[in-house]
Design a protein around this ligand. Structure first.
Ligand code: HEM
Length: 181
């Protein structure tokens, strides 16, 4: 994945570890240089190895780590050059979710090698949203869960999120709390 992801991982890791330890993780993760460049493309093996190393170093089970990383990702992306794209993506939570593919395709013009995920809002009403997530990669559903939880907060929504594999994709059921809940 693009180095921007690695830069976000660095932000997360540096809450707990020193720069020297981070450089060591990069070296162990197969980075040729001790820096991650946002617009450089790294193989998925390199990205996944780095995620794994950071999760272990922070002493978090992978699923818990990915959720926390997803939460951080929203803040990281929001503070990046793409913050405006994030701000413009929808006036409410459902339209935000409906615009995810458009958002990623506009980012792709800067990052042509990106292999972006795809999201489809299958159903939505006041109580629940059903979202389908497709990816060429395995195991990132907890990352999505963390992003969705943080995104819901941006729209002042209280949600409970569950996910399960379905037809080669992952189905997310997002239960929305009403004003009386
Ligand atoms: C401005 C905000 C965002 C930016 C700049 C951004 C950018 C990116 C980039 C560069 C990648 C890596 C793709 C690659 O290198 O092959 C990626 C992957 C991903 N993005 Fe976003 N993204 C943003 C917001 C979101 C949001 C709101 C979601 C909501 C769920 C999301 C879900 C994902 C997921 C799950 C992946 C992992 C790849 C996969 O599933 O196969 N992103 N994004």
């Amino acid at each position: 994945m693009y180095g921007m992801i690695h830069q976000a991982l660095r932000d997360m890791a540096l809450r707990e570890i020193t720069e020297a330890e981070w450089s060591d993780l990069l070296r162990r993760g197969g980075h040729a240089r001790p820096v991650c460049i946002g617009l450089e493309y790294y193989s998925d093996e390199t990205t996944m190895a780095l995620m794994d190393l950071v999760a272990r170093r922070l002493d978090l089970p992978v699923e818990e780590f990915l959720q926390a990383f997803g939460r951080l990702w929203i803040d990281f992306a929001g503070a990046s050059a793409y913050g405006r794209i994030l701000d413009m993506a929808g006036d409410d939570f459902v339209s935000f979710l409906q615009s995810l593919d458009r958002m990623h395709s506009s980012i792709r013009s800067n990052m042509p090698r990106a292999d972006m995920p795809s999201f489809e809002v299958v159903a939505a009403d006041a109580r629940a949203i059903r979202l389908r997530y497709r990816s060429s990669r395995e195991g990132l559903a907890p990352f999505v869960q963390g992003i969705l939880a943080a995104a819901a907060e941006r729209f002042d929504e209280k949600v409970t999120i569950r996910h399960a594999p379905e037809d080669g994709a992952v189905r997310f059921d997002i239960l929305r709390a009403g004003p009386d809940d």
